[in-house]
Write a protein that binds this ligand. Structure first.
Ligand code: SAM
Ligand code: DTB
Ligand code: SF4
Length: 324
């Protein structure tokens, strides 16, 4: 595995003709994965809105007036109900998100309880709760958390245009704490925030220079939410998004690349190209945190049309054995 990617190496990948880039990405993908499998993660916002941070893309920041209202931490029973439904619909991982700068006090203990219960349901558990200290990472790991999501969002240079309330270094420290406790890292970013191709290459370089690579790399297409400072940005060229997926796959071939926010606005054909470029994980279920997502039925129909199987479902041969 290669960990010495430079920004220039990655810019050169972005500059490849589209067909050459997709071909390389598909080759890299097939060296590590079944190319017809996609992993399904379901997200739930367990604590919505009222966040003190100023991330310019985010509808949950208290600095911007959006339709998102500030809510209390959800009750455990409701969270477990959502996890059960996600499992019934075929998700293998349940991800709980909180609009916090960092977890604190009793609320953190309640989240630890939720994690224990998701694990008892025999699902993978993921959480995204903001910055973590070493001690908090240890507690999450002891509760059985499999993955922690904490994104870099963009490259170090463009970062200061997007967020002022926490530094890039603080993000890297949180990721270090997650790793030190043996949890898997889910870390990616957002495309379509007005960044240059060099910024995109810089973001992928940060991720691909981590050793080991993040096991899960969510690539989000900005959802332009009314009331955020990014509401009026220009639409991204869909091919530029697909290129970013392909470059992430070539540089981090053994990682799951997740087609994340923004999927609701994507055509079936665009999603199929993302899968061809090596995306092999999605957020599954009608809602992300506060914004919409494709319906599960819609995804199942697309999977059937493309011959894709959800990861963890019986393979065609084992299904035959099961039916015999
Ligand atoms: N508050 C925690 C944090 O920031 O780490 C966890 C939740 S936060 C909403 C998780 C991630 O969602 C962000 O890092 C960002 O990448 C993504 N996100 C938030 N709003 C988005 C939007 N409008 N479009 C695309 N991605 C978005
Ligand atoms: C990630 O990279 N994307 C997800 C998850 N990690 C937590 C969040 C997307 C949020 C999109 C905006 C919203 O629904 O509020
Ligand atoms: Fe808060 Fe996370 Fe949204 Fe930033 S991305 S404003 S930290 S919820």
């Amino acid at each position: 595995m290669r960990y010495d990617w430079t920004v220039e190496d990655i810019e050169a990948l972005f500059a490849l003709p589209f067909n050459d880039l997709i071909f390389r990405a598909q080759q890299a993908h097939r060296a590590h994965f079944d190319a017809n499998e996609v992993q399904l993660s379901t997200l739930l916002s367990i604590k919505t809105g009222g966040c003190p941070e100023d991330c310019k893309y985010c509808p949950q920041s208290s600095r911007y007036t959006t339709e998102v209202e500030s809510e209390l931490l959800m009750k455990k029973d409701e969270v477990m109900k959502a996890a059960r439904i996600a499992k019934e619909k075929g998700a293998t991982r349940f991800c709980m998100g909180a609009a916090w700068r960092e977890p604190k006090g009793r609320a953190f203990d309640l989240v630890l309880d939720m994690i224990r219960e998701v694990k008892a349901m025999d699902m993978e558990a993921c959480a995204t709760l903001g910055m973590l200290s070493e001690e908090q990472a240890k507690k999450l790991s002891e509760a059985g958390l499999d993955y922690y999501n904490h994104n870099l969002d963009t490259d170090p240079e463009y970062y200061k245009e997007i967020i002022s309330t926490r530094t890039y270094e603080e993000r890297l420290d949180t990721l270090k704490n997650v790793r030190a406790e043996g949890m898997s890292v889910c870390c990616g970013g957002i495309v379509g925030m007005g960044e240059t191709i060099r910024n995109r290459a810089g973001m992928i370089a940060q991720l691909a220079r981590m050793n080991p690579h993040p096991e899960s790399v969510p690539i989000n297409m900005l959802v332009k939410v009314e009331g955020t400072p990014m509401q009026d940005l220009d639409d991204l060229d869909p091919f530029d998004f697909i290129r970013t997926i392909a470059v992430a796959k070539i540089t981090m071939p053994a990682s799951h690349i997740r087609l994340s926010a923004g999927r609701e606005a994507m055509s079936d054909e665009m999603q199929a190209l993302c899968f061809l470029a090596g995306a092999n994980s999605i957020f599954y279920g009608e809602k992300l945190l506060t914004t919409g997502n494709k319906d599960a039925e819609n995804d199942q129909t697309l999977f059937a049309r493309l011959g894709i199987r959800p990861e963890g479902s019986p393979t065609p041969s084992s299904r035959r054995v099961a039916n015999a």
